[in-house]
Design a protein around this ligand. Structure first.
Ligand SMILES: [Mg+2]
Length: 266
């Protein structure tokens, strides 16, 4: 676990995340599945290959709906032991990359490469090497986002999927965030995104603007906006500082549970 309280000068936090983890393991182990839509799990979709995702199949979707969307998909039962083994192998690569690894789930982690410049090269070099190591040692595609904060690194990896590498250069964070769909914000799920869409809020920039408008509304909102202003005036700027990032999470939670608090006067 590593914590950074003050904004870093350079982008040196990696978010590494395997692509369609379970489905990729199935495609790795059975060449007959490569290039084909694969769904892991019959009752509920546990994972879908990118070929299946192209048809709208999503994780946690009911199996019947998934098969309707993509009748030609190959449905395979999960092999949890194989996934556990793959996860161990991937984390071995992570730990060989840097001593500072913070696991998030079986297939993703933050990796701090800040102190490694002299021995391992730039964060982009390290990320590229990590991707090729995971490919050669574990046989799986992985996407890496690189940024000054964990939040941004995670947003970057989601944006770069599949099998990608994306750096958010210092100073370009706001330009990177604002055009993104709200769904890309960590903590905004499908339901929250739908609610926001109903109110015409599509992008992160819209959320930033909403925060600005909220200034004129309630005392609560004004408090949040005070934090926003500390971070240079937009929601995007908030992610520069993890202390303030907690406030963004709170705001996202509020948007989730009580969007009216922000929207009632519009
Ligand atoms: Mg993943």
């Amino acid at each position: 676990m590593f914590v950074s309280r003050s904004p870093r000068q350079s982008a040196e936090i990696l978010h590494a995340d395997l692509d369609s983890f379970y489905a990729s393991v199935e495609q790795r182990d059975d060449p007959g599945l490569r290039g084909r839509p694969v769904i892991v799990g019959g009752g509920v979709v546990l994972a879908a290959s990118y070929e299946a995702k192209a048809y709208g199949v999503r994780t946690a979707m009911g199996g019947a709906q998934a098969r309707r969307l993509c009748p030609q998909a190959v449905v395979v039962p999960p092999r949890m032991a194989a996934y556990a083994q793959a996860s161990d192998a991937v984390f071995e690569v992570f730990r060989d990359t840097s001593p500072l690894v913070e696991p998030i789930s079986v297939d993703e982690a933050f990796i701090d490469v800040g102190g490694l410049r002299r021995i391992s090269g730039t964060p982009v070099d390290i990320a590229a090497r990590l991707r090729s190591d995971v490919r050669s040692r574990v046989g799986l595609p992985i996407t890496v986002g690189i940024a000054r904060t964990k939040f941004l690194a995670k947003v970057a990896s989601q944006e770069a999927k599949p099998d990608g590498l994306l750096l958010v250069p210092p100073g370009r964070e706001i330009a990177f965030l604002h055009p993104l769909p709200v769904r890309r914000l960590w903590g905004v799920g499908a339901v929250t995104a739908d609610k926001l869409h109903t109110h015409g809020i599509e992008t992160v920039a819209d959320v930033a603007e909403l925060a600005a408008r909220a200034n004129a509304m309630t005392a609560d909102a004004q408090q949040i906006v005070a934090h926003v202003k500390k971070g240079e005036g937009t929601v995007g700027a908030l992610v520069m500082d993890e202390a303030v990032y907690d406030d963004v999470q709170e705001m996202v939670r509020d948007l989730k549970h009580n969007p009216w608090k922000f929207l009632w006067k519009q």
